[in-house]
Design a binder for this molecule. Structure first.
Ligand code: NAI
Length: 377
């Protein structure tokens, strides 16, 4: 198997998501970390890239220098990850796709729906892969849940209930801390705070497991800490194209919750439950039957769950390994395999449309609105 060259923009020293990408991309030895523009401070980015083993001539000061330096090389990068703050994703991802690079973009993919639709079009025209890092969907046991739904094992899905709630921004005395404040500042974060940051992981997960798309939604947003311009709590009701009823709660002021991302799927003949704090286990209850725990790595799992179970049964499956599964699928896709679990730019723009619709609905007393991007109506 040919080893692929990989580059990253953002994810510099001390960043939150950078280490998960470095571990994830290199976990299976399928990518070499060949180039990077890792920091908004050019010198710090160059120095950190070299400390991670990148050659001096490929340790770039910014992304425009990286694009110019990489595009005509024979050994140019096969994939670039965009792990910078949200407002920069669009111009970087677009420029690299137009220059013929495969892209993995962090969520939210863009700031507006129009930008998201532009990325979908540019990716199609370039023939290159544009994936979005909805990495929770790459846990093996989440793939098992999706395969069970596809296989009819819980019948037609009636209801999906999900939440992604934590309490790490719940201290009003810390609301002015610069690391917290920008997330609720429209100039930095865009139209939405908590829903665009965490809620879209839960919304994507609902679509992913149910194998269906969100069509309409109604939202109630609250800034429970009044100095915040954007919401720190949201309740979003939605309906999927196939008729499934959806309920989503996301919050950053739920003190006592650490990383509360979980999802329950209720079908006509059974129910499923998955929680990110116990990512190895899927709880399954057939109608009229006993509740069972399906463990990652056990016999009889669906093929997609088996393929991505890299740690044997009873050993914990870490978050970076879910990111590693995204890279594993990207390497396969770059080599020409079909990997339909890989979250694509269509998934990215659907999230942006949901964010903008939720903002409009919340301002309009929770009115039900069409949540699909215009290009998919
Ligand atoms: P951060 O603020 O911790 O780090 C951002 C990094 O990007 C820093 O190293 C900074 O120097 C660098 N940077 C900023 N502007 C740059 C530019 N123009 N060129 C090159 N480097 C630049 O941010 P964090 O939390 O790592 O978030 C980055 C992105 O990842 C965000 O879009 C966020 O939503 C996403 N994210 C996704 C997660 C997931 O579960 N998929 C989890 C955490 C973050």
């Amino acid at each position: 198997m040919k080893k692929l060259n990989w580059g990253m923009i953002g994810g510099g020293e001390g960043s939150q998501i950078g280490p998960a990408h470095r571990l994830g991309a290199q976990a299976d030895g399928r990518f070499t970390f060949a180039a990077g523009a890792l920091d908004h401070r050019p010198e710090a980015g160059r120095a950190y890239a070299q400390s991670l083993g990148i050659a001096a001539d490929r340790a770039y000061g910014d992304w425009t220098e990286m694009l110019a330096g990489e595009k005509d090389r024979d050994d140019r990068i096969d994939l670039v990850t965009v792990a910078t703050p949200n407002a920069t994703h669009f111009e970087i991802a677009k420029a690299f796709l137009e220059a013929g690079f495969n892209v993995l973009c962090e969520k939210p993919m863009t700031m507006t729906v129009e930008e998201g639709e532009e990325i979908v079009r540019v990716a199609k025209a370039s023939g290159k892969i544009c994936s979005v890092n909805y990495c929770y969907s790459a846990y093996p046991i989440v793939r098992q849940a999706r395969a069970m739904v596809r296989n009819g094992e819980i019948g037609k899905v009636r209801l999906v209930v999900t939440n992604f709630s934590h309490g790490h921004h719940g201290d009003a005395t810390d609301a002015d801390n610069p690391r917290v404040r920008w997330r609720y500042d429209p100039k930095m974060a865009g139209v939405s705070g908590q829903f665009a940051d965490c809620g879209i992981h839960a919304l994507h997960m609902a679509s992913f497991i149910c194998d269906d798309e969100v069509e309409t939604l109604s939202a109630d947003f609250a800034s429970t800490i009044p100095s915040r311009e954007l919401e720190d709590d949201a309740m979003v009701n939605f309906r999927m194209a196939g008729g499934t009823v959806g309920r989503l709660w996301t919050s950053s002021v739920a003190i006592g919750r650490q990383h509360g991302f979980d999802i329950q799927i209720f079908g006509e003949t059974g129910g499923l439950r998955w929680a990110s704090e116990q990512p190895n286990q899927l709880i399954y209850t057939p109608v009229g039957g006993r509740t069972q725990i399906i463990e990652k790595g056990e016999g009889g799992l669906h093929e997609d769950a088996k393929r991505l179970s890299r740690v044997s049964i009873a050993h914990p499956e870490g978050f970076p390994l879910a990111v590693a599964n995204i890279y594993c699928d990207l390497a396969d896709a770059i080599a020409g395999e079909t990997r339909d679990g890989l979250p694509n730019a269509e998934a990215g723009v659907r999230s942006m449309a949901a964010v903008h619709t939720a903002v409009a609905s919340a301002k309009n007393d929770g009115a039900w609105m069409d949540a699909r991007p215009p290009m998919f109506r």
